[in-house]
Design a protein around this ligand. Sequence first.
Ligand code: HEC
Length: 193
Amino acid sequence: MPCVSASWPRVPQEISVIGFDDIDMVSILASGPTLLPDVLRSKSRLLFALLTAAAIVSLLAAPTPSGVPGQPLLSGAQVDARVLAIIDRSCRDCHSEMTQYPWYAYVAPISWWIKRDVSQGRLHLNLSRWNEYSPVRKQRSLSEIANQVKDREMPLSEYILMHRDAQLSEGDVDAIFRWTQRERARLIAESQR
Ligand code: HEC
């Protein structure tokens, strides 16, 4: 699997394990005893072709690691460790360059869906680029974050389904909300100085 860089080691291994096992079984079947009825053999050839096609499509759709990894979340903001930990757990994968892709992010068609969420997520709010945002943009984003968590719009429900620990407790929502208020007030005070 040459197109996956060394910084994402877990996933390609899993995929190759699954892929080769399946393909081995099928190719043994396909090339197996001529006693196998023709129907069965053509069925296993079809299955083999389908699996191969699925593997190729999945490889083409594999998410590409971000070009600027490792930037700390919310750099330049005043944020306490608790809130930062909540955001890291529940928002980072879609709203930063530090996305950690699960193995199924490499399997089409799920990969297309995840790719879209991550690129849309980064477009709306990129916590790895916080220090590049203008003060006005930061204030707007802080209000949006407050609204999204209060209304339970974020994190997206399909994400919570696969990442149970991303679910925000009442306490988490409260902590994020209070932080957005504090940080906004700080930015406003700063801009008036
Ligand atoms: C599974 C991916 C995913 C996760 C996890 C996630 N988001 Fe989002 N977020 C998105 C996408 C996609 C959008 C783009 C708009 C939409 O689809 O609603 C978005 C949009 C937003 C916006 C912009 C809303 C607007 O009005 O433009 C904010 C703010 C936001 N998310 C905050 C958060 C916060 C805070 C968390 C963590 C508590 C979080 N998101 C977790 C995917 C995600």
